[in-house]
Write a protein that binds this ligand. Structure first.
Ligand code: CTP
Length: 409
């Protein structure tokens, strides 16, 4: 399955480096082409000779070739690779990668990567939990890199906690999954909406909701990783996607989101409407700041356009439209009604009854309903994984349609 895949492995100075020869051996056995780069500190833990023997290629440590004075070409390696895996990555190298401090070959190669990048941190638990490390991980994730989370367990210091590099077999699962799904949506244009909307009351006040935008952004980023051309229409949530391959349009109100969706809808094959759009907006926006005075203030609200319903009316036969339903009771019945009323292909149900699911949390628990009933009933998971489940279900739907078409012809 990995035959001919070009994989660069970057090793840094952590004791977990001793596991990398096993990883390289498995990759080469699966016929991947592997090039290893190391930081000088990594060579204290595993020798370049071991890794060059196993990878059947020269291992690069220094920017310059000692004998000839020529430089090793990091740009070439950055364009050559289908995937770069940095494992193990110390707190020090995480900091350099997050801040572009290119003082060794490994970081220059990272900065030159034209392919997806996986990063598997490994360090002591206190270093891992330190706010600076967590911030660097966050930054690297926001640049579109995939972080392979360390495991909780016994550490080289004798302490126990998070920081153990993921086992080579599990890293292999990430790599295999990546190459399996990489091209899943290539050629597809996916429109995703995310975040809340804000409905202005006056120049300083608005009606909003608690949506952070994380669910929609996770879907957009996962779709982009799987090869789709993604447009993300984003309301003013507190999270932003830094993924530069995603086209981003920022909007404020339900009316602006509607306009942006109408413009992008006809060219999209798949639309996933994860935004928490306001159902009502003030009938009139005060031009000046409303002064306090009367003991009671009444705001007249009028219905916004139901964007999803309008898109459902415009939907062409080949398009897939996915909605979300946030329910606090009778979830399946209400979500199924929305699926039918809004002419959707799939609806993703969140229940407010599930702890840890829904707004302003990093996890979600979803049920996906299609025209034939429940297609997926998920556990409580990280929203990034939930995004993968939603896209897998969309992919199954597309494959099903394709099979029907080829049967007919
Ligand atoms: N939605 C939309 N435009 C609106 C309101 C909602 O496009 N003005 C979309 C949401 O993005 C979501 C779906 O409709 O994908 C369902 O939203 P939800 O708030 O669960 O349901 P509503 O249809 O608004 O109905 P209710 O609030 O009464 O449950």
């Amino acid at each position: 399955m990995l035959k001919g895949k070009k994989i660069v492995i970057g090793v840094t100075g952590s004791i977990a480096a001793y596991k990398i020869p096993f990883l390289v051996r498995i990759l080469v056995k699966e016929e991947a082409q592997v090039r290893v780069i190391m930081t000088p500190a990594a060579t204290a833990f595993v020798t370049p000779l071991t890794l060059s023997t196993l990878s059947r290629a020269t291992v690069i440590v220094d920017p310059f070739k000692e004998t000839t004075g020529e430089w090793n070409n990091h740009v070439e390696l950055g364009s050559w690779a289908d995937l770069m895996l940095f494992a193990p990555v110390t707190a020090n190298t995480l900091g350099k990668m997050a801040n572009g401090i290119a003082d060794n070959f490994l970081v220059t190669a990272y900065l030159s990567a034209k392919c997806p990048v996986f990063i598997a941190p490994a360090m002591d638990l206190d270093m891992y939990n330190h706010p600076s490390t967590q911030k660097n991980i966050q930054v690297l994730r926001s640049y579109g890199n995939t972080i392979i989370e360390p495991q909780v367990g016994e550490l080289a210091s004798g302490l126990s906690g998070p920081g153990r590099m993921e086992e080579p077999e599990n890293i292999m699962d990430h790599i295999r999954f990546f190459f399996d799904h990489k091209l899943q949506f290539s050629g597809n244009k996916i429109l995703v909406t995310a975040g809340p909307t804000r409905e202005a009351i006056d120049p300083v006040r608005y009606i909003g909701n608690r949506s952070s935008g994380l669910m929609g952004i996770s879907i957009a980023e996962e779709a982009s990783r799987r090869g789709a051309k993604v447009t993300l229409i984003c309301g003013p949530g507190h999270i932003r996607s830094e993924n530069s391959s995603i086209k981003k349009l920022y909007v404020e109100s339900a009316a602006e989101m509607y306009k942006a969706c109408r413009t992008s809808f006809s060219s999209a094959d798949i639309v996933i409407m994860a935004a928490a759009v306001a159902d009502y907006t003030p009938e009139q926006v005060s031009t000046g700041k409303i002064k306090k005075g009367t003991p009671k203030l009444t705001l007249n609200l009028v219905k916004t356009t139901d964007i999803l319903e309008e898109l459902g009316k415009l939907k062409k036969k080949d398009q897939v439209v996915v909605g979300f339903a946030l329910e606090s009771g009778n979830g399946i019945v209400n979500a199924t009604a929305k699926l039918k009323n809004k002419n959707l292909d799939l609806i993703v149900l969140n229940s407010l009854d599930d702890k840890g699911a829904g707004f302003d949390v990093t996890t979600n628990k979803i049920t996906i309903i299609g025209r034939s009933g429940i297609l997926h009933a998920g556990e409580l998971k990280d929203k990034r994984e939930v995004a993968g489940d939603i896209l897998d279900t969309v992919k199954n739907l597309l494959d099903g349609r394709k099979a029907v078409r080829s049967k007919k012809s």
